[in-house]
Write a protein that binds this ligand. Structure first.
Ligand code: ADE
Length: 248
């Protein structure tokens, strides 16, 4: 079974790329795909770049051209839930597009043609990823990483909101959150690709799960916190979580 491991940015995945055995680089659709083996399992690594369209085309290429039979996303996100802090990990149970709005033709957040606004992740992959995320936050304290010093890291599982918008204001974040809460949705994190990957995987009936480490709080400091976290520790989380997940 070929597993696709997708991230938006190189910094989110570089440790995995270095660990790849029998590595072969293939250029396709303007992207580089790294085919090889991780912990003895066939994988293809890909970087989508940022945003929903880039994520959707990369996902389609992974399935159509590289035969991916299951897909896992690993990367960072902005924390939205009140108790979701920098360094925590959120495993997605569902995704929705917070910027989808075809009212009055369709209900808010509804992607026309689908049953509900939220796309479910594969329950079994999600359960295994959550276990790997829990193991990661339990050991991250021993990494001696200054950025994580003194933090009580936690792993969460729930809804992640995606949109073509980098959220850099607490006000915007609260508005998105409040809006979603009026409809019963409790977003834990926000990012820019997951819902598009979930929708594409639903189209192809390919199991999908996603893990996002919190790089910032999607607030007025996000533009500073995001690059600092991405450059310092994002790849380490990915390596730990994916290694644990592939080996269990
Ligand atoms: N990914 C990481 N942080 C984010 C933010 N603040 N907004 C959107 N996507 C993000």
């Amino acid at each position: 079974m070929t597993t696709a491991i997708l991230s938006a940015l190189a910094q989110e995945q570089q440790g995995l790329a270095h660990a790849l055995d029998q590595r072969q680089t293939i250029t396709h659709a303007g992207r580089q795909f790294e085919v090889g083996a991780l912990h003895g399992q066939p994988v293809v690594l890909a970087l989508s770049g940022i945003g929903k369209v880039a994520a959707a085309t990369t996902t389609a290429a992974l399935i159509e051209r590289f035969g991916a039979q299951r897909l896992v996303f690993t990367g960072v996100a902005g924390g939205m839930g009140a108790d979701v802090h920098v360094g925590d990990v959120v495993v997605a149970k569902q995704f929705l597009q917070h910027d989808m709005d075809a009212r009055p033709l369709f209900a808010r957040w509804q992607v026309p043609g689908y049953a509900t606004p939220a796309f479910d992740c594969d329950p079994s992959l999600t359960r295994d990823l959550l276990q790997a995320a829990q193991d990661c936050v339990a050991t991250a304290g021993s990494w001696q990483e200054p950025m994580l010093a003194g933090l009580q890291l936690r792993a969460h599982c729930g809804l992640i909101a995606s949109g073509d918008q980098f959220i850099v204001s607490a006000q915007t974040s609260h508005l998105i959150c409040q809006d979603l809460q009026t409809a019963g949705y409790q977003p834990l994190a926000v990012e820019m690709e997951g819902a598009a990957i979930a929708q594409t995987c639903a189209d192809y009936a390919v199991p999908f799960a996603a893990v996002r480490t919190i790089s910032d709080r999607a607030d007025d400091n996000a533009h500073v916190d995001f690059p600092a976290f991405v450059n310092a520790v994002a790849s380490r989380y990915a390596q730990h979580i994916i290694a644990h997940w592939l080996q269990h």
